[in-house]
Ligand binder design. Structure first.
Ligand code: ZN
Length: 420
């Protein structure tokens, strides 16, 4: 054999061998890296509770099972509907604390919203009692820390929609006493004192945000130590609430308008104000709020990816600061979840993605739970301060004739001209 040809053959074989080694080693090393990232995500989640701002399982319980817990076993995957949540999936997802939504339809406004809301508060409490080895009912930031320490999923209540207080500070205070720690100022309807997000594209010009009574609701929530949740409200309501509140606000399940121009999302102008307010935006996973113009990948609003959810977290971090980011899945309140975030078991995958996007340990632990705990503790402190400064519980200020009389068919008045 010619010497030149031999060299060629040797060089060829060498290149082939190197290619084989690279083909095996690179994926192995990438695999090792993603395994390391995934292990690190889980380690962080064992050190700091993942606090999810919004889960609508109680709504599933009422519509499919009439809130009869004897009909279901949350240790198994529910069969009554395709849900996102049960105990095995919460555990697999390393969920440390969960705000359960006490949600009622807007159609109950002026009618029986209060009784429906109490029924949902009640079913959350019964669910927690039914599985004491898994859930622990808590009402304070310290309670979240303690439950997490004990290996329990800290369980909290958020009332979704200001229509549930039926224009009554008495009901608002009763909700607090029952353990409610945030109230979403509106759902997808105006109340007699606050405008919802639909005002931003179908204005009825009811209040251009909050009425004076609405501002008093915010003040009373500050006094009570109930977090002001600005998911579902109009931009004017967001701004009015930010003008009035003395405590940091939350968005329990809201994403970024700049990335997906759905009006349920928060615009950058508001994100900048939340940064000043030291509040938190807990990112909603709903495909409709994640994948739409201007940054849509597909025209299909029922499709989105985990990476796109992480894009929203990146954006909120950029505009509002890492101290402002949280998780607000909206599981079981949404009919389509992103690929990679199909249910409550998938949170670690999103945390892994943040690690791969070079979020620092402090930033990730902030988003997991430390940011929310800071907000909650600050709201608790504001409440103590306001009470120490002599602020008294608010009473009737909404005139009797202010609600829509046509809808006002289920009311009687004890006396006087006001609600209370
Ligand atoms: Zn909602």
């Amino acid at each position: 054999m010619e010497r030149g040809r031999l060299i060629l053959i040797i060089v060829g074989i060498t290149i082939l061998l190197v290619a084989i080694v690279v083909a095996i080693a690179v994926p192995v090393s990438l695999n090792n890296k993603s395994k390391r990232d995934s292990d690190l995500a889980r380690q962080y989640m064992r050190e700091v509770p993942l606090i999810d701002g919004h889960n609508d399982l109680p709504w599933q319980l009422v519509i499919y099972e009439d809130n009869d817990l004897s009909r279901i076993d949350l240790n198994q995957r529910p069969t009554f509907n395709v849900t996102h949540t049960d105990i095995p999936r919460l555990r697999e997802g390393l969920v440390g604390a969960q705000f359960w939504a006490a949600y009622t339809y807007c159609t109950s406004q002026y009618k029986d919203a209060v009784v429906h809301a109490i029924a949902q508060i009640d079913v959350i409490k019964r669910m927690v009692q039914e599985y004491p080895e898994v859930f622990e009912f808590v009402t304070t930031a310290q309670g979240i820390r303690d439950a997490f320490e004990n290996g329990k999923i800290a369980s909290l209540i958020g009332v979704e929609g200001g229509h549930n207080i039926d224009n009554s500070f008495a009901v608002l205070r009763a909700f607090y006493d029952l353990g409610t720690r945030y109230m979403t100022i509106t759902h997808s309807c105006n109340t007699p004192w606050a405008d919802n997000w639909k005002e931003d594209f179908e204005p009825e010009d009811q209040h251009n945000g909050l009425s004076e009574f609405g501002k008093d609701v915010i003040r009373e929530m500050n006094r009570l130590g109930m977090l002001v949740d600005l998911s579902h409200v109009s931009v004017d309501t967001m701004n009015d609430a930010l003008d009035v509140t003395e405590a940091p606000v939350i968005f329990s399940h809201t994403s970024a308008y700049a990335l997906c121009n759905h009006y349920r999302n928060a615009p950058d102008s508001v994100l900048r104000r939340v940064k000043e307010n030291k509040g938190i935006v807990m990112v909603n996973f709903y495909t409709l709020y994640i994948n739409c113009p201007p940054n849509n990948v597909t025209a299909d609003p029922s499709y989105a990816t985990l990476a796109q959810v992480a894009d929203h977290m990146d954006h909120i971090k950029e505009v509002c600061g890492w101290e402002c980011v949280g998780f607000g899945s909206d599981y079981d309140g949404i009919d389509t979840a992103p690929e990679g975030l199909e249910d409550a078991s998938t949170f670690p995958a999103l945390v892994t993605e943040l690690i791969q996007r070079q979020w620092t340990e402090e930033e990730i632990k902030g988003a997991l739970g430390n940011n929310f705990l800071r907000v909650f503790e600050e709201a608790e402190q504001v409440s103590r301060d306001l009470k120490a400064n002599g602020m008294k519980p608010k009473v009737a200020t909404l005139p009797r004739d202010e609600p829509d009389e046509a809808n006002n068919v289920c009311r009687t008045y004890m006396y006087g001209t006001s609600f209370y």
